[in-house]
Design a protein around this ligand. Structure first.
Ligand code: ZN
Length: 262
């Protein structure tokens, strides 16, 4: 049994994925004697190369390992025991921790969740599932925009619970919360996502990758750019208030969206 360790996969985003050691490089190997006794420690410093059980992509992990009075080396341990838990001391660090540049910044968590699933399904070659989750990302994002923008509770309720996605996109366009270009993009994601959901033909790799790319572009416009602008504004206004020594220390930040906690 090869050694298996758990990490959050930076590529397919699987939480606590089982990673299998596929190679290693020993940087140091020594024995520490415990003074005044016959005890000793075997000490190893190893780089491991581990492959994700879900998407097979590799990370490297550095370990410093220590085992008391051990008769065998780590190579034997890897073959015979399959676990690093047997070591008295273990320190590990790994990289990359975050390899994905696919996720737009400043996404609300409930929008990020289906988007991550669409990305991880692409990584795992599940093209239909990737398409379905891209469409779901749009579904959740449009509802989030409604929550943030519409004051009337009745209207929010109606647009979120009793309105089809197509009509919701139209409403967001009419009210100017989605520009013409973004509502076209949203409609494209909806139509393509419908194909992935309902068509008999399997969704292809290029279709899935394109669709996830469209969703990524939409989220960048809807969340990342306003988020970045708000950050810059916060910084500028923070600097201004420091400069004028007005004594008014209340930070002028962009107010959080009204219905964040819904
Ligand atoms: Zn993975």
């Amino acid at each position: 049994m090869p050694i298996i360790e758990q990490f959050d996969c930076p590529y397919c985003m699987t939480k606590s994925s089982g990673f299998q050691v596929v190679g290693s490089y020993r940087r140091n190997n020594s024995i520490e004697f415990v003074r005044g006794t016959s005890d000793y420690y075997r000490v190893y410093e190893d780089w491991f190369f581990l492959s994700c059980g879900k998407c097979t992509k590799c990370i490297s992990a550095f370990y410093s390992l220590k085992k008391k009075n051990s008769e065998f080396g780590l190579d034997t341990a890897m073959k015979g025991h399959g676990s690093l838990a047997q070591f008295d001391y273990k320190y590990g660090d790994h990289m990359p921790k975050d390899a994905s540049t696919d996720e737009p910044l400043y996404l609300p968590e409930k929008v990020a969740i289906p988007f991550r699933q669409s990305v991880s399904n692409v990584a795992a070659s599940n093209w239909d599932a990737a398409g379905v989750m891209a469409r779901k990302t749009l579904e959740v994002a449009t509802k989030d925009i409604v929550r943030q923008r519409f004051d009337s509770e009745d209207e929010r309720e109606r647009l979120i619970k009793n309105t089809w996605l197509k009509a919701r996109i139209r409403k967001l366009k009419e009210t100017g919360y989605l520009t013409d270009g973004l509502s076209d993009l949203a409609t494209l994601i909806k139509d393509e996502g419908d194909d992935a959901t309902h068509e008999e033909e399997p969704y292809t790799e290029s279709e899935a990758r394109e669709l996830v790319g469209y969703a990524q572009a939409l989220l960048t416009y809807v969340y990342s750019i306003p988020g970045m602008v708000a950050k810059v504004r916060e910084k500028v206004e923070g600097a201004d208030s420091l400069r004028d020594h007005s004594g008014d220390s209340a930070a002028k930040t962009v107010p959080p969206s009204k219905h964040d906690n819904d």
